[in-house]
Design a protein. Structure first.
Length: 467
């Protein structure tokens, strides 16, 4: 489905007499009709709802790809000479944030970074360079790396090829983590039509999921929050009919996807001689049909908004493929590191053991997260804008739908990626201050005792920053 996407951002510095202007984001993803308009209206209305957790109990259902203009708008930005004392700002932030960071709900390990997006200057830092377990905020790094490697318009194919005999078909997984039964049915339609033109009614069907290497299981083992990482799966390997949130997953998503495809072909008059078997597309195979994923920009936004682990791992694998690394957990980590290093970001102590943040071996600093968000707002890097437009909006969308940092009238909404593991709670995103500055922030807490208390403390930090 064709998509037109335009980003414009004019950024400057109050310190040098420029104002950060409003950025217009216009996009219409194929799976989020109405969401962007709804978010814009919600951001303007600024009504609030109350607490939620980045946990299996969070509201289900797609809350995808918010891209309201308020993402980048600096409301009423004050030019130099209008009373904004940029030198006093860090001291003021220290007075506001320092006591809140002492909240016992944040556990034993705490780090913070606040950056003025227009200037890149760090306005506040506490252990900002300390590598910590980021949980799902690592998806920000995964997304930036994937967008730099592949570009926002890249689409992932799922295809069918035929051997020279014309009777052997192979379903080839390209690693589309959003492939669902509807798109697989579209592929079956195209395949059946091509076979009718050739006079074929009975075929041998194999499936090829060899694009990814290494262990398919995430190191956490079988888990309702992620399927085995496979280059071929339908509906993310879910076996309960759900479309989002935690769910039981298939032990062999590729095999199940091939079984669904064989059934769809049969419904269209093409019979398989035997049950689909794993195999490789033979040399000299000819393309028969293909379907494409939504653009990578949409995948990034959906991964961030709903904290989709399956999409995040696919983004990491495709970054590896585009960076000439092995498409496994290790190669993906190397590829993400290389891509971020090219952006001149602070990577000391950073480690990307996975793309989703489920692995406790991940290490990211608060300074790295704010650096990533600042790069995503850089007018010279419009390809990274989906990282900002995909951030959930407090009290409105995604994993922040039921969390609502209370901010002062006239401030922009808090937009942030959440992170939750047992004993780990994180929050990283952006906010527009009353004086019109777009700030990026990251607050990381480790060794926390209760997720509810930690999340409330993080929300208070974001609210204080906004107001």
């Amino acid at each position: 489905m064709p998509e037109v996407r335009t980003w414009q951002l004019a950024a400057g510095s109050a310190a040098v007499g420029l104002a950060l202007a409003a950025g217009a984001v216009a996009a219409a993803g194929p799976w989020d009709s109405g969401q962007r308009k709804a978010e814009k209206e919600r951001a303007v209305a600024h009504s609030r709802a109350g607490g939620a957790h980045h946990q299996p109990s969070a509201p289900k259902g797609p809350a995808p790809a918010p891209s309201a203009p308020s993402v980048l708008a600096a409301v009423g930005a004050a030019p130099a000479g209008d009373g904004v004392d940029s030198k006093a700002a860090p001291a003021d932030l220290s007075r506001r944030l320092g006591p809140l960071l002492e909240d016992s709900g944040l556990g034993r390990l705490r780090a913070a970074s606040v950056v003025d997006v227009a200037t890149g200057a760090q306005l506040y830092g506490k252990e900002a360079d300390a590598p910590m377990v980021p949980a799902s905020t690592v998806k920000i790094a995964t997304s930036v790396a994937a967008l730099t490697a592949l570009g926002p318009d890249h689409r992932i194919p799922t295809s069918v090829v035929a051997a020279e005999d014309g009777e052997s078909l192979t379903l080839v997984g390209g690693g589309d983590p959003t492939l669902d039964k509807a798109r697989l049915a579209e592929l079956a339609d195209r395949t059946a039509a091509a076979l009718r033109d050739r006079g074929s009614r009975v075929v041998r069907l194999t499936y090829d999921a060899s694009l990814y290497k290494g262990p398919a299981r995430h190191p956490i083992g079988p888990n309702d929050n992620i399927a085995p990482v496979s280059a071929l799966m339908v509906n993310q390997g879910r076996i309960d009919g759900s479309t989002s949130g935690p769910a039981r997953r298939s032990d062999d998503p590729a095999k199940d996807a091939a079984g669904v495809f064989a059934q769809l072909l049969a419904e269209r008059g093409v019979a398989a001689k035997d049950a689909p078997a794993p195999g490789r597309a033979a040399a000299g195979s000819e393309p028969v049909a293909e379907v494409l994923s939504p653009p990578l920009s949409d995948l990034v936004e959906r991964s961030l908004t709903t904290s989709d682990n399956d999409i995040a791992e696919a983004l990491a694998r495709h970054t590896a493929l585009a960076t000439d690394e092995t498409a496994d957990f290790t190669g993906a980590g190397k590829a993400v590191t290389r891509r971020l290093a090219a952006l001149k970001l602070p990577l000391k102590g950073a480690r990307f053991a996975d793309g989703s943040g489920l692995n406790r071996a991940d290490r990211v600093s608060a300074g790295l997260l704010t650096g990533l968000l600042a790069r995503a707002a850089d007018p010279a890097r419009p390809e990274l804008r989906p990282v900002l437009t995909g951030l959930p909006v407090a009290g409105f969308s995604g994993t922040l739908q039921n969390r609502s940092p209370k901010t002062a009238p006239g401030t922009g909404p808090v937009r942030a990626k959440t992170g939750t593991l047992s004993g780990v709670n994180t929050l990283a995103g952006t906010v527009v201050t009353p004086d019109g500055r777009l700030l990026a922030f990251a607050f990381l807490a480790g060794d926390t005792a209760a997720p509810g208390a930690a999340q409330e403390a993080l929300d208070r930090l974001a609210a204080a920053l906004a107001s």
